[in-house]
Design a protein around this ligand. Structure first.
Ligand code: CS2
Length: 502
């Protein structure tokens, strides 16, 4: 018997032959020009900014192509470059929707081809650089927002005058320096990471690094470059073999770059572009003067709930977000958590915050997404300040109840111990893991342990020093979570909440 013919792999030449149920680029890909450079071309970018750009091209044509860059591994380049940049976006709900995205032209692997990336940023056709480099990619102190001047990679970049950029921030400064040397105008650097005032943070770290190399360059950047803030939202689990399988079944050809997401998406962008930019507003993005209220709502309600679900849920034994919220007590806890942070939010006119919360719970409950709690649990030290601690401070300052945030912190401290309630151990994936786990070794009981963790200033600032009652409350929860297990503590806590909060 002969072997079956190998399945062909998605590329330009096969587009015409794909099944009619798959949505295809309706524009001519040959006309694309690299107008956007994107740093951090992971699954989120492919389901969010690239999708908005694709919607724009499908709707109005134009030539906005994207050059993507991977800041570390060659995986995405190996997935997409042999496919001419094409990949399938699968929108998962009761029925799956398949769309082939065509706006990504090529992927550069930054550590392997550093000069290619600097040149892409410095190209005369580039007008916007977008970024999804995750919180830690900003090389900043999460508590203060300032560049970590002694970050090893930043120090190395300063030492060699950025001859070899290593960080996303270094690549941006090197690209801007080349633009200036070539007499090109400035551009827009658009952060799309889950940080409050992400554009301000980006502006601060780029300018701080530039100033260490060349004061005139820092001034040029201040005049020529803009850093709009933006709020991005779409739940995009890390892609899996099951996604690639689904894509192959729908397309009839293999696709190594398939990405799954939910139907929902949102993008709110501060209207502050240095030069022309894609008209993302015509395909659903909201351009506003001030992104702050939107980003606070999203970070504290969606991401704050996500982290709560991840730390308490993962250790309790739940692998997926939808499983956590299918448990009645867990769901009640998430609802009550959202209610408790509401007083810290400024809700824009015409925004129905109650409907937003209900919609979030429905999004979390989507079983087709298969969103892993362990994925969200990564990098807690970088996420917790803006997801929990800013609202915690506000609640404490105004004398309001912050019990559930104390529980959340206790859940994270327990998570740092690297053991689930069924005793299974796991590795804590966090840039501060070594420092934080060393703090768990302190002697003197749980009071000393919780105090030592909360004295990690990059995460907590001076919160521990300021509020002894908070330390006591976190310690009490930590002790109970360790002794009784997460699920029992949550069951009991939820039973004791006033009915209105559940
Ligand atoms: C999640 C986010 O992994 C995480 O930390 O909370 O990636 C979340 O899914 C997105 O921000 C949704 O827009």
């Amino acid at each position: 018997m002969s072997n079956p013919a190998p399945v062909k792999r998605l590329h330009n030449g096969l587009l015409e032959a794909l099944p009619a149920a798959v949505q295809l680029p309706s524009y001519d890909r040959h006309n694309l020009q690299p107008g956007i450079v994107h740093l951090g071309v992971g699954a989120f970018h492919r389901a969010h900014q690239a999708w908005y750009t694709e919607q724009l091209l499908n709707r109005s044509g134009g030539d906005w192509g994207i050059i993507g860059a991977s800041m570390r591994s060659a995986d995405v380049a190996q997935q997409l470059n042999p496919q001419d940049g094409l990949y399938t976006l699968i929108e998962k709900s009761e029925a799956n929707r398949f769309q082939v995205i065509g706006c990504l032209q090529r992927v550069i692997v930054a550590p392997q081809e550093p000069d290619e990336l600097v040149q892409a940023i410095a190209s005369s056709s580039t007008r916007v650089v977008t970024l999804t480099i995750t919180e830690k990619g900003y090389c900043h102190d999460p508590a203060s927002g300032e560049l970590l001047q002694n970050h090893p990679a930043i120090e190395a970049e300063v030492a060699d005058g950025l001859a070899t950029p290593r960080t996303a921030i270094g690549f941006l400064v090197a690209g801007l320096r080349r633009r200036r040397e070539q007499g090109l105008p400035g551009i827009t650097l658009l952060s799309c990471d889950n940080l409050p005032h992400n554009g301000r943070v980006l502006g601060a770290v780029v300018t701080a690094l530039a100033a260490r190399l060349d004061g005139d360059l820092a001034e040029w950047i201040a005049r020529q470059v803009t850093f709009p803030c933006s709020m991005v939202d779409r739940i995009v689990p890390a892609s899996t073999a099951a996604d690639r399988q689904l894509a192959e079944e729908a397309l009839g050809v293999s696709d190594e770059g398939a990405v799954s997401t939910e139907p929902f998406s949102q993008w709110v962008i501060e209207n502050n572009f240095a030069t022309t930019a894609p008209d993302w507003g015509s395909v659903g993005a909201l351009l506003v003067e001030d992104v702050t209220p939107f980003e606070m709502i999203k970070l504290r309600l969606l991401n704050g709930s996500h982290s709560l679900i991840a730390y308490l849920g993962y250790v309790a034994g739940y692998d997926y977000v939808h499983e956590v919220v299918s448990n009645g007590a867990m769901l009640a806890l998430v609802r009550a958590y959202m209610q408790s942070v509401l007083p810290t939010l400024t809700v824009p006119a015409d925004f129905d915050i109650e409907e937003y919360q209900e919609q979030l719970l429905q999004r979390f409950a989507n079983p087709a997404l298969q969103h892993r709690t362990a994925q969200i649990a990564m990098d807690g030290s970088q996420k917790i300040p803006q997801r929990w601690l800013q609202s915690l401070r506000q609640l404490l300052d105004s004398g309001q109840d912050s019990t559930l945030l104390a529980l959340a912190i206790a859940g994270w401290v327990k998570f740092l111990g690297g053991q689930r309630d069924n005793r299974e151990t796991f590795v804590v994936d966090d840039p501060l893991a070594v420092d934080l786990q060393a703090r768990l070794e302190v002697t003197g009981g749980n009071v000393a342990l919780v105090r030592t963790v909360m004295e990690q200033r990059q995460v907590f600032g001076d919160l521990a020093a300021q509020d002894p009652a908070l330390l006591e409350q976190v310690t009490a929860f930590y002790t109970r979570l360790c002794n009784e297990g997460n699920q029992s503590v949550i069951n009991a806590l939820v039973a004791s909440l006033p009915a209105a909060e559940v």
